[in-house]
Design a protein around this ligand. Structure first.
Ligand SMILES: Cc1cc2nc3c(=O)[nH]c(=O)nc-3n(C[C@H](O)[C@H](O)[C@H](O)COP(=O)(O)OP(=O)(O)OC[C@H]3O[C@@H](n4cnc5c(N)ncnc54)[C@H](O)[C@@H]3O)c2cc1C
Length: 473
């Protein structure tokens, strides 16, 4: 909906407030604009119109961000012309199967045509683009340079009625902002568990899977013309190595190069250490590319301690008028590129929950919404959670409750990846699942199982894209 669209007739309430103006807050605000007359998005950072560099509240913005195909689909649905608009601003549109050379656990995966769109853009530019679209939406208002310092409730504390906002660190500027619905989207550092406790509610149970992941990222000038057959490169070591590295293009004719290692095996910040880490990967393609490219930035590092899931869906008591979205609820290891797409999935879950709520209770009555929404959001983020944590569980040092079928799953994944080295159909199915377009169960399709089981045990370790491009049909 843009500023010329009519005001929606079927409303859930007068005003919604969103805490946090990063990807979750933005996408959620856009969705809420279909259900509320007014949506106020409160962000601690100042969000200038021209802001296209990483900001304090989103330090991960300096690192490579992959947008999965499901996230792209939802963003294109919410913001028509999303992909062409980004390309106009400098993003490069690649194809995951055709343009990404992927060295996965000891072999290149097959190269396919017509796979899934891969939008290569820096995180700050992506966020800036979405932000412009959201604030051009009728009814959405920004309150930046302000932070939420607490929740306001009815005297019996059964219902949240708004928030207290202030300028950062200045309690004397505090004022009340009333709302029919408050969405907590302030990220992994969310203070909601503490706020709930202060109101006499239990804190949510947490599942934390410690992985001690380290990232190091540097920008380079893209060589032109490129001497490489690929446009993006991903080298993901097989165990026992804990390392990986990725190159993708971003706007401005640059490469963003991110190296990562889990269980304390962190890539260093100094230039020689960065190159040495790249050289240690199980294929030397990434090192060769990076060592001959011109660096354009310092090396930025980031530490990510653990996958974290706060189980709001399990709470026996929770106030009305309040819901939680995005990293504030589930924060995945970034190496799986799922966070922004999961934020899109929970925004769509909220959209559907609001529609169902009106059908159940009529317009303007939000009683019971948190329970229905939190249950739907937990379901929507279960697949990405299981995919990411399941993959990290391959390291015995990663502690946590493995699913009962874990050994069988690992055996299957090993065979699946072996087939994806040569079979474009299997590769594409695998991609659709990791990109959250299809449920994992689709791999149990007998036609896929037969291909997986019959795949030859071969690996390709030479030059990337040495084999011919395969059609997926
Ligand atoms: C190193 C790294 C790499 C990543 N790579 C990828 C990737 O490749 N693909 C992908 O999809 N995801 C990736 N992610 C995850 C992705 O960045 C997040 O999932 C995404 O930003 C959505 O998070 P969010 O909006 O819920 O929270 P955040 O991005 O953490 O934003 C929270 C916002 O709330 C604001 N805020 C906080 N407290 C308050 C308050 N009290 N009042 C007002 N405002 C407040 C902050 O300033 C911030 O703007 C990566 C994450 C990391 C750490």
């Amino acid at each position: 909906m843009d500023s010329t669209s009519p005001v929606p007739q079927r409303l859930s309430g007068k005003r919604a407030v969103v805490i946090g103006g990063s990807m979750t807050g933005l996408v959620t605000a856009r969705v809420l604009s279909d259900h509320f007359e007014e949506v106020t998005l409160i962000e601690r950072d100042v969000l200038g119109d021209e802001l296209t560099t990483a900001r304090k509240g989103v330090p991960q913005g300096r690192h490579l961000h992959i947008l999965l195909a499901r996230g792209e689909q939802i963003l294109s649905q919410l913001f028509p012309g999303f992909v062409p608009g980004l390309v106009q601003e400098g993003a490069e549109l690649l194809d995951f199967g055709r343009d990404l050379a992927w060295f996965f656990y000891g072999s290149w995966l097959v190269r396919t045509d017509d796979s899934l769109p891969m939008i290569c853009v820096s995180r700050p530019l992506l966020e800036a683009h979405v932000r412009r679209r959201v604030f051009a939406t009728r009814g959405v208002r920004k309150l930046d340079g302000h932070e939420v310092s607490g929740l306001r409730t009815t005297p019996d504390r059964q219902r949240v009625t708004g928030v207290t906002v202030q300028r950062p660190g200045d309690p004397s500027s505090a004022e009340a902002l009333e709302a029919d619905l408050v969405v907590e989207a302030s990220g992994r550092g969310s203070r909601l568990p503490t706020w709930l406790e202060g109101l006499g509610y239990p804190r949510p149970e947490e599942t934390s899977i410690e992985i001690d992941l380290g990232y190091a990222t540097r920008l380079y000038r893209q060589p032109s013309p490129s001497p490489y057959p690929w446009k993006a490169l991903y080298v993901q070591d097989a165990t026992p190595s804990r390392r990986q590295g990725v190159i993708t293009p971003v706007e401005g004719g640059r490469w963003i190069v991110t190296l990562a290692g889990i269980l304390g095996e962190h890539p260093p910040r100094d230039p020689q250490g960065f190159l040495d880490f790249a050289k240690s990967l199980q294929h030397d393609e990434l090192y060769r590319a990076v060592s001959s490219a011109e660096p354009l930035s310092d090396i930025e590092v980031y530490r990510f301690p653990a996958h974290l899931r706060r189980h709001y869906e399990r709470l026996p008591r929770f106030p009305e008028g309040l819901v939680v979205a995005g990293d504030a609820s589930t924060s995945f290891s970034p190496t799986f590129g799922q966070g922004m797409s999961a934020a899109c999935l929970t925004a769509m879950a909220l959209d559907q929950a609001l529609v169902a709520q009106r059908q159940r209770r009529g317009p303007g009555n939000l009683t019971g919404l948190p329970r229905h929404y939190h249950s739907a959001a937990a379901k929507a983020t279960l697949q990405p959670w299981l995919l990411a944590s399941g993959e990290d569980f391959r390291f015995p040092e990663v502690k946590g409750q493995r699913p009962l079928s874990f050994t069988m799953m690992r055996w299957f994944v090993k065979h699946l990846l072996r087939a994806a080295r040569t079979d474009a159909v299997v590769y594409k199915r695998f991609m659709r699942i990791t990109h959250l377009l299809s449920p994992v169960e689709e791999l149990l399709d007998p036609r896929v199982l037969v291909r997986v089981m019959r795949a030859p045990d071969v690996s390709s370790t030479g030059e990337p894209f040495a084999s011919t491009l395969k059609k997926t049909g």
